[in-house]
Design a protein around this ligand. Structure first.
Ligand code: NAD
Length: 266
């Protein structure tokens, strides 16, 4: 099957190009980058640190969506909205890992999913998807005597906060408790905040160095604390999951799927 990579010069993009070129049963349909960027025209294989692949980076996302069976998007929020529109227009399956999306992009994704299979996940690792399920289960068992706090740390280049994974963990915990996430999230705290309100789900964000992604869900009560933690030590886990999702998506009917559907434990 033919896989296209939008944002092919990014941290995730280059690894996805390399994995697609090396992958069994998949072929690289092409890659795009931001128009006017310095990578336009570069060879995709060389960009990924491999032998030249004879395919140049372009800024023509429409042509890529037309040519590919599935397109993988780890870019920026503004680009993802346009890419979702193209997925819908061409009926091309899309795997979407970009985080920090605005409501307009989420609407475009929902609309595209009526005519294309879209897999959207804040995190493509098996471990984090298990953590999301465990967090939901534990939140459902423990009452609100257990304060839920979510701590995350990422590398210094990350542009959105809290991370998409932290928010997904928070939504799962809220679902476990049967509450509306928007009504209970404390995404930031600063200054004289007053005492913690029972039932809230708090977030704390750390940024620095080259940390790929650490997440801890804390259930803190009087006298004990339960912590569920995941640490990604290589982006290869996200690449493997995204490629698996792309292959899976190409045989699915239109719809909006999560990584739980791909892994078979949603
Ligand atoms: P990055 O900044 O290294 O890469 C993004 C790339 O997208 C850049 O090369 C940029 O030039 C390119 N881009 C921007 N606009 C574009 C456009 N219009 N068309 C084509 N390309 C365009 O970032 P990254 O670390 O690779 O992460 C990208 C996104 O993926 C972030 O939102 C990050 O949070 C998310 N992410 C998700 C997961 C997951 O498992 N879901 C894992 C890692 C990263």
């Amino acid at each position: 099957m033919k896989i296209g990579i939008v944002g092919c010069a990014g941290r995730m993009g280059r690894m996805l190009v390399a994995a697609t070129l090396a992958g069994d049963g998949c072929e690289l349909a092409g890659g795009t980058e931001l128009a006017g960027g310095r990578h336009i025209g570069a060879d995709l294989g060389a960009l990924a640190g491999l032998e030249p692949a004879g395919i140049a980076v372009t800024d023509d996302a429409a042509a890529l969506f037309e040519a590919a069976d599935a397109v993988i998007d780890f870019t920026v929020a503004t680009a993802t909205e346009r890419h979702a529109e193209l997925a819908g227009q061409y009926g091309t399956a899309m795997v979407l890992g970009t985080t920090g999306l605005e409501a307009a992009a989420e609407r475009a994704i929902e609309k595209a999913s009526r005519s294309a299979a879209i897999v959207q996940a804040a995190n493509f690792s098996l471990g984090v998807n298990l953590l999301i399920g465990l967090g939901r289960q534990v939140a459902g068992i423990l009452g609100d005597d257990y304060d839920i706090e979510i701590l995350e740390m990422h590398h210094r280049h990350k542009v959105d906060a809290p991370s998409g994974t932290a928010l997904a963990l928070g939504r799962a915990a809220a679902a476990g408790r049967g509450v509306d996430p928007d009504a209970v999230f404390d995404r930031v705290r600063d200054g004289h905040t007053g005492a913690r309100t029972k039932g809230r789900i708090g977030f704390a964000t750390l940024r620095g160095g080259d940390v790929i992604g650490d997440h801890t869900v804390i259930f803190a009560a009087d006298g004990e604390r339960l912590e569920l933690a995941h640490k990604a030590t290589s982006r290869a886990v996200f690449v493997k999951g995204a490629l698996h999702a792309a292959i899976w998506s190409s045989s699915q009917p239109p719809g909006l799927y999560g990584m739980g559907d791909v892994l078979g434990f949603s």
